[in-house]
Write a protein that binds this ligand. Structure first.
Ligand SMILES: [Zn+2]
Length: 428
């Protein structure tokens, strides 16, 4: 009877046949792993394999030989006098790589401690950090090996995307500095479904970062009318935006601006004052917050104007975009989301992103199905709070376009463009 690889690990018996000594050895290793026995192989050759239990005093042994000298070819003493081994050396980095191939592939950031816990759970073995790291490396190498030819097939992928998603924009460019052979440089993909979805239901807000600009040509019609672009402060990017989409509102990521500004103004208390300026929702508030900063740090108030506040202060953002973001969080979270994908060659990388987007859309759709009305839940919560809070507010009208609102005893504010706001700020 020939030993069956695919079946569960079985006990051995005299008379069993194996294809070769490798299959025999693998069966022994599987047996050791399953029963927590550390087997050693004093003889491990093409024609014969001798295995013993490594526990001192344990009589278990097995011998198999290719040469059928009848008396010799299979000896088996199936008695253990040992304990389950937590130091079973059969649990090698290859075994770990094999067992957790999927887990590692799907989550290369899997923490080593977590991997060690899994190994104890499945194999009852304490493995070293370095063994886990080696296992990780084996998996990653195997994946990259399996995807090596991807760059040669990038045009096939291009055609396949366009064939299966008609209307999509796909562009591949080659490195222009290398002329003797084609060398992949960048790829831009905008799937038809995403494109239509963006135009039909999304706010016209685009986050740009250096990475994006390097990898895509911005093709926005009508010079960016009705668009908001949020970017960092790279010179090339600023220039490109002002040339290609001069009508777009160009916000610059407040976090980058603050990081620069902070070099001269390190104190923690300045930080709060700085951000209060950025998040001021009208010019009066902005001037007030900036004056407060100037009292503590005159230079700081001056330095912050090095970048025109039109680019970074909420008070200056145009109405109607329904986005009050002063930071480029869009890009930060996108970059974070594609972290795993970036480790792979081009097609695998694109496919990981594509499947992610595909799963995300119905996920979000399902979530929003539970919403009531047209205002999303977080904003609705704020709205309810504010409406409630208005019970202590009184409004005075100046007969023209100005209002004075008093809240309780002390707080007063002037709402100058109330009518305009009522139409637009509500709902933003
Ligand atoms: Zn034993």
């Amino acid at each position: 009877m020939v030993y069956d690889d695919s079946a569960d690990v079985k006990e051995f018996e005299v008379g069993q046949a194996f294809h070769d000594s490798r299959q025999f050895k693998q069966a022994l290793v599987n047996y050791g792993l399953k029963h927590f026995k550390h087997l050693i192989f004093p003889k491990d050759e093409r024609t014969r394999v001798l295995a013993k239990c490594s526990w001192i005093g344990c009589p278990w042994s097995i011998y198999g030989s290719l040469v059928p000298s009848r008396s010799e070819w299979f000896r088996y003493h199936n008695v253990h006098h040992c304990v389950p081994r937590r130091n079973n050396k059969l649990v090698s980095s290859t075994v770990i790589a094999e067992k957790y191939f999927r887990e590692i592939k799907d989550n290369p950031g899997w923490r080593i401690e977590k991997m060690q816990e899994a190994v104890v759970k499945d194999f009852l073995v304490d493995v070293s950090e370095s063994k886990c790291k080696r296992a990780k490396k084996i998996v990653m190498e195997r994946i990259v090996d399996g995807t090596n030819g991807e760059y040669a097939r990038v045009y096939d992928y291009h055609l396949e995307l366009v064939r299966t998603n008609p209307g999509s924009t796909v562009a591949v460019t080659l490195n222009p500095d290398v002329t003797d052979r084609p060398v992949f440089e960048r790829m831009y993909v905008c799937l038809e479904g995403c494109k239509r979805g963006f135009l039909a239901g999304c706010r016209r807000v685009v986050g740009l970062d250096g990475y994006f600009l390097k990898s895509a040509d911005i093709q926005i019609n009508n010079q960016g009318d009705g668009c908001v672009v949020i970017s960092d402060q790279q010179k090339g990017l600023i220039k490109a935006v002002s040339e290609i989409i001069p009508n777009a509102e160009h916000r610059m990521c407040e976090r980058h601006i603050y990081a620069n500004w902070r070099k001269q103004h390190r104190d923690k208390i300045f930080q709060k004052l700085f951000w209060a300026c950025a998040k001021s929702s009208d010019t009066i508030q902005f001037n007030y917050n900036r004056a407060k900063l100037a009292q503590k740090r005159p230079d700081g108030a001056k330095d912050m104007m090095k970048t025109a506040p039109a680019h970074w202060c909420r008070a200056n953002f145009r109405l109607g975009y329904y986005c009050d973001s002063v930071e480029n969080n869009l890009c930060e979270s996108f970059n974070n989301a594609i972290m795993r994908a970036k480790k792979f060659p081009v097609i695998s990388s694109m496919e990981i992103m594509r499947s992610k987007v595909m799963a995300r859309i119905p996920g979000n759709k399902a979530k929003s199905q539970g919403w009531h009305g047209t205002i999303c839940p977080n904003i609705f919560k704020k709205l309810k709070l504010n409406v409630k809070r208005s019970n202590i507010c009184t409004v005075l009208y100046n007969g023209d376009e100005g209002f004075e609102v008093q809240e309780g005893e002390h707080r007063r504010c002037i709402a100058k463009y109330y009518n305009q706001w009522r139409g637009k700020r509500v709902g933003q």
